[in-house]
Design a protein. Structure first.
Length: 175
């Protein structure tokens, strides 16, 4: 259902914020692809206070939209509070390899995704310094032994595939 944008009230207790840069990208996104609001309507309570979509509502106003699609909930206060948080929790993770290999021709940054951009790489002299006769090494720190075990096979496969002759060793604790 679409309603007059002026009948929707921002949630004064919304715990989320948005940077100016991301807000500009969101406004641009809504102008270029307003159908997104149809697919993801603004969720409101019985008093038309936003439970999900505060930033989209602000961006829709900035974009000059007069009407917005909404979903009106009949949830209790506790259920509404739960929704506000759960709607904003990012459970998933990005597959950066897939994005780099399958999505590299798309304007991901313009769409609002914070993609990794490498800084200027240091020279080998900066990396190695005075120890030019020693082999180059890299230290990777994991949060837990389980995380290390999960990564170990993938790291070996990557090394075997991309860097023949290279090897790695595993140790626990501070080196």
């Amino acid at each position: 259902m679409k309603v007059d944008i002026n009948t929707i009230k921002e949630n004064p207790h919304n715990p989320r914020t948005i940077t100016e840069d991301k807000f500009r990208k969101l406004v641009k996104s809504l102008k270029e692809f307003p159908e997104m609001l149809e697919a993801r309507p603004i969720v409101v309570d019985k008093d038309n206070i936003v439970l999900g979509g505060n930033m989209r509502l602000k961006a829709a106003r900035e974009a000059g939209l007069q009407e917005v699609p909404i979903y009106r909930s009949e949830w209790s206060h506790d259920k509404s509070s739960e929704f506000v948080i759960k709607d904003n929790v990012g459970f998933g993770e990005w597959d950066w390899d897939l994005l780099a290999n399958e999505w590299d021709s798309y304007p991901l940054t313009e769409w609002g995704l914070d993609v990794w951009t490498p800084e200027e790489e240091p020279s080998m002299d900066e990396l190695i310094g005075e120890e030019k006769n020693k082999p180059a090494t890299m230290k990777i720190t994991f949060d837990s032994p389980e995380q290390l075990q999960a990564a170990e096979i993938e790291i070996q496969e990557l090394i075997d595939r991309k860097y023949p002759g290279a090897y790695f060793s595993v140790s626990a604790g501070e080196i």
